[in-house]
Design a protein around this ligand. Structure first.
Ligand SMILES: NC(=O)c1ccc[n+]([C@@H]2O[C@H](COP(=O)([O-])OP(=O)(O)OC[C@H]3O[C@@H](n4cnc5c(N)ncnc54)[C@H](OP(=O)(O)O)[C@@H]3O)[C@@H](O)[C@H]2O)c1
Length: 313
């Protein structure tokens, strides 16, 4: 029997940049390789679609589930609400947010597109400072009570808002946020700067969030773990925001460990994240990229390798 893989398959570009057949092929290959979690969002991928709205990713995922009897019992679906633009071109100033009405309406749409009666993990996609987190907790509570949402996660939120949400959930007897999703990789961006394309002020995993997650046993999920391929694809540059002396030392250590093990640098990054309890989300678009990632998370780095990588900066 195939061993279960901790890798998450990111479905962000399914149904837009990636056509339906290629998306189905990746999903089949992922499940055959022991994959369980698939990550999407109601807003994927509005910036790639002709309409300026999202929904294409969930739709393709729904069609795949419908075409593969039994698949819904094997895969876990995580989707997100809150970041769909209110109108084409509205992002990032005007998005649905996390009010009661916005959450309920968005979630209904997600269930419809996915063709499922529940999601395994519902993420709040990005902070909505116009809505108290208590309102969002209360908006999701009936969905949890009805069995439509099994777990709740916060993506791109600062620690203090997560703490406030969790306190309210505990006080009101609903399930608290138990997972955080942020941009995270082996390199660290310069303080106060965001990786390209990331517009979330609290979109990068920092030491405070890591500490908070450790103490409260929250799951950490890393998006853009491979820097969109920059660790291994010579045609892609490591984004400028990672250009500092710490990165030079980290890249040297990474290259050395990868060479010693005879694997790609990106594979070591995935294994290093997991060694620190962080689950990587792969946005691979090709079968060989998926295979490389599935092999990467199976790599068991020695304690010495992890130490070399940790101490490099
Ligand atoms: N919560 C949030 O706000 C948020 C934000 C962003 C993403 N996400 C989630 O995270 C997922 C992954 O994000 P991402 O796509 O930014 O991450 P990523 O995995 O760092 O980048 C994906 C790209 O990396 C390249 N790649 C993958 N494997 C490779 C390999 N072995 N060698 C060379 N290049 C390789 C491919 O680019 P090419 O196709 O060009 O070769 C692929 O499209 C998304 O699907 C989504 O589910 C969440």
């Amino acid at each position: 029997m195939t061993q279960t893989s901790p890798l998450v398959l990111g479905a962000m570009l399914f149904g837009t940049r990636l056509d339906e057949q290629s998306s189905f092929d990746l999903l089949d290959r992922f499940v055959d390789g022991g994959g369980v979690w698939v990550d999407t969002a109601d807003c994927y991928a509005f910036w790639e679609s002709g309409t300026g709205h999202g929904g294409q990713s969930e739709t393709v995922l729904g069609r795949w589930l419908a075409a593969r009897p039994g698949a819904r019992d094997r895969v876990k679906i995580s989707t997100k609400v809150g970041a769909e633009p209110r109108w084409p071109g509205g992002w990032p100033e005007h998005f649905d947010g996390l009010s009661t009405r916005a959450v309920r309406t968005a979630f209904e749409g997600s269930l419809r597109r996915l063709g499922t009666d529940h999601v395994d993990l519902l993420w709040w996609h990005t902070e909505d400072r116009a809505t108290g987190v208590e309102e969002t907790v209360d908006a999701v509570a009936p969905l949890v009570a009805a069995g439509q949402v099994l777990r709740v996660g916060a993506s791109n939120h600062p620690a203090w808002r997560v703490e406030r949400a969790r306190a309210h959930a505990h006080a009101t007897g609903t399930v608290p946020v138990d997972a955080l999703q942020l941009s995270a990789t082996y390199l660290r961006p310069r303080p106060g700067e965001l990786p390209p394309g990331n517009v979330h002020p609290f979109g990068v995993l920092d030491d405070e969030l890591r500490d908070y997650a450790d103490v409260h046993a929250l799951e950490l999920w890393a998006y853009t773990p491979l820097l969109s391929g920059a660790y291994d694809n010579p045609a892609k540059e490591v984004p400028e925001v990672y250009d500092h002396p710490g990165s030079t030392r980290r890249l040297e250590a990474l290259t050395r460990v990868a060479k010693d093990l005879g694997v790609a640098r990106g594979q070591v990054v995935l294994a290093w994240l997991l060694a620190h309890g962080i689950r990587p989300i792969l946005g691979g678009s090709r079968p060989e990229q998926l295979d490389a990632a599935l092999a990467g998370v199976r790599l068991e780095l020695s304690a010495e390798d992890v130490r070399r990588l940790d101490l490099a900066a």
